[in-house]
Design a protein. Sequence first.
Length: 68
Amino acid sequence: MNGEGCIKCGSTDAEQKDVSMTGSGLSKMFDVQNNNFTVVSCGNCGYSEFYRQDVSRSGDILDLFFGG
């Protein structure tokens, strides 16, 4: 492969979605969703990677997924 596309199937069809999750301890007990991630999924095979939202440039997240 040339380093572009999904690492599992090579497809360049990707979907991006933001999700929130609880942590552990008290945040889990009180259902406080304080962990924010961007999920990038392959539109062909469904392979997904999670990226913490500390990354300020969303375009860079797709570049990471595609190996750019």
